[in-house]
Structure formats: C-alpha cells, structure tokens
Design a protein around this ligand. Structure first.
Ligand code: PLP
Length: 345
C-alpha cells in the first residue's frame, strides 16, 4: 500500500500513543490536513512497512541498490554518505567552496578533509566542472563532487567514477540541484546510476516540500545505519508521503510532459531574446549576462524594475532558477523583462 493511502485509512483503534494530538486536535488550524496525516509508528498504522515498500519501488524507478527518503535535506544525505563509507581518520577529498554540509560531514565522521580547488569560468564568473586530472585522489577514501553546481555546470561523473575505481575511493555526488535529471533526456545525465552515493534535493527544483530529498546508493553499503545516527526516531509521515507522491508524479506521463513543456518554454525564451547571452549546461537554470551590465546590475534591474528575483548572481552573470512549478506565464514575464533589458545600451 502506498504511504498516502495508508495515511488516508480510518483508524478504528483508540490510540493512547504519540502523537497526542491524535489527528483531531489542531493547534494550527490552517495545517489541519497535515495533522490528520501526522501519525507515529503504532501497531494500528504500521507505517514503517509502507515506507520501506515505497522506498523499494522508488529505488526500482531510479535503478539503484538503495534509495532513501530524506526529510532533512541533501544536507543529511551528504552526512550519511560520508558516515557510511568512511572510518575515523580516513582522508576525504572535497571542494574548498562546497556547501558547508560537506565539511561538516567529514568532521562528524572524524575524517581528515583534503581540499581541492576549482577554477572559475572567467567568461561567466562561475565555478567550472570538477575535472578528474585536477584532483589528487591518491590515498583518499572518498571524493565529494558538486554536480551540477548552483549555476548548472555539470561534471563528467563517469570519468570521475573511473578514477575513483582505480584508486579504491568512493564517489559521493552532491546533485542537490539536479533532481529533475533522471526524468528528461534533454537534461544532463544524472549521477544516480553512476556514483556510489548521489544526493538530490526534491525541494530545490523537483516540486518537493522543504526540506525533502533523496539519497541513492549504488554500492553494497546499506545506508540505514548511517542514517539512523543522524535521523530522528519520529519521522514526519506526511512529508515522507509527499516524497513518494513527488516521485510518482515526476515518473508519470503527466510529470514528464510538464517537464518537457518547461524545457520547451525556456528554449523558446532563449530563441526570442537577442543581445543577452545564455550559458551553463542545464537549460532549467537560466544563466544570463548582458554586455555593458555587471551581473549585479542585471540582477538589480530585474528586481527593481520588473519585480523578478534571481537565485544567484556574481560580477558577470546572474541565474534564474526554474523547475516543476515554473509555468509558461512566469517565463513569459521573464521574457518580457529580458526583451526590455536587451535593448539597453
Ligand atoms: C550544492 C548544495 N548542496 C547541498 C545543499 C543542501 O541541501 P538541502 O537544503 O536540501 O539540505 C545545498 C543547499 O543550498 C546546495 O546548494
């Protein structure tokens, strides 16, 4: 039975268990529906079984050994990955400017961080790909790579996996910003079936609630022990059920069509705008720059004159993030703003 169906079931037992609100007492009435689904691991519900079946089904969709639903973001997936594949004192290679959870993971595991640097793509002011021959992998137990980057620069994960294999190192890919990749051929290849561990935030681009995410494992290490060290013993079943629903949507005809439409709208926008350059490897992250304007000026114009807020800006370019939920109307407003900006001398 799906988690959603399990939560919809009427329970006929009188529960003297947690949560004491008993799905009937609403401290916050606007979240009534959420309370109704907020159950615990009682015998009457037994949601653990439905959760484990849901994770099995989702793992089959992705083609992984294990996929786990995360209710504490990619942050928890990165920490669990490092805890799962290292031992105290091991060396872990990580990007110096990576998300803080990478270094926190290494510290929590009692490992030694070894940093690598990534040069900037000067034309865009954003960090480049992680290139295998730029990282010194000798003697490390695990390598953490961010792909895509915030701005949608994607590394060659197959090549990175090959050098990890040669050096007996685990490859952990932070694909927090690439959760849509497995669902469209028009997007970059996902690391999900290549890396030993891949972490994706559903909440960033894939329509998920904050802070839903997934941990995918392709090696023999079952991540449950590591996850149990950092997870609560009282997970939120409404949020877990939303993850199950999220994946079945992305994998459905409707979800794939929606994603395909999004890509088509952005392709059209790119075709219709001249005098503004588009960059990056991932079309859903609209990375733009305009001659004569710094990235910060472009961002400010969008914000002040057109009420449009971007996701990330640097001295040269600015990036507007799209995902499930970005509709044609919103993109047409952006196109209108970009057309006006494009004629500024
Ligand atoms: C590259 C990268 N990795 C990991 C994270 C952490 O993700 P989450 O917010 O899902 O914990 C973020 C969040 O901004 C991120 O940008």
């Amino acid at each position: 039975m799906s988690l959603i169906n399990l939560l919809r079931k009427t329970n006929r037992k009188l529960l003297f268990t947690t949560p004491s609100h008993g799905q009937k007492f609403f401290v916050f009435n606007k979240l009534r529906q959420f309370y109704k689904y907020d159950i615990s691991e009682t015998d009457a519900y037994n949601p653990q079984e439905a959760l484990s079946e849901a994770q099995e089904r989702v793992s089959k969709i992705y083609g992984t050994n294990y996929t786990r639903f995360l209710t504490n973001g990619s942050t928890s997936g990165i920490i669990a990955s490092v805890l799962a594949c290292t031992q105290k004192g091991d060396k872990v290679l990580l990007w110096r400017n990576s998300h803080p959870c990478h270094l926190n993971a290494v510290k929590l595991a009692g490992c030694e961080p070894v940093f690598y640097d990534i040069p900037k793509i000067n034309d865009w002011g954003v960090p480049d790909k992680t290139i295998p021959n730029l990282i010194d992998i000798k003697g490390v137990k695990a390598v953490i790579v961010t792909s895509p980057t915030y701005e949608g620069i994607v590394s060659d994960i197959k090549a990175l996996k090959e050098i990890c294999n040669k050096n007996n190192a685990y490859l952990i890919v932070d694909e927090a910003h690439g959760a849509l990749y497995p669902f469209s051929e028009k997007l970059p290849q996902s690391a999900v079936k290549i890396a030993d561990f891949t972490v994706q935030s559903l909440h960033k681009t894939a329509g998920g609630l904050n802070p839903t995410a997934l941990l995918h494992v392709n090696c023999d290490i079952n991540p449950d022990n590591a996850l149990s060290m950092i997870n609560t013993t009282s997970p939120s079943y409404p949020i877990l059920a939303s993850i199950e629903k999220n994946i079945s949507y992305l994998n459905s005809k409707e979800g794939r069509k929606n994603l395909d439409n999004l890509i088509t709208y952005i392709e059209n926008l790119r075709k219709n705008i001249t005098n503004i350059e588009f960059g990056g490897d991932d079309i859903t992250k609209i990375l733009i720059k305009k001659e004569g304007l710094t990235g910060y000026e472009l961002s400010e114009l969008l914000y002040d004159k057109f009420n449009i807020e971007d996701e990330k800006t640097n001295e040269i370019s600015t990036m507007l993030l799209c995902g499930i939920g970005t509709d044609e109307k919103k993109l047409l407003r952006l196109e209108h703003a970009l057309r006006k900006i494009s004629v500024i001398k």
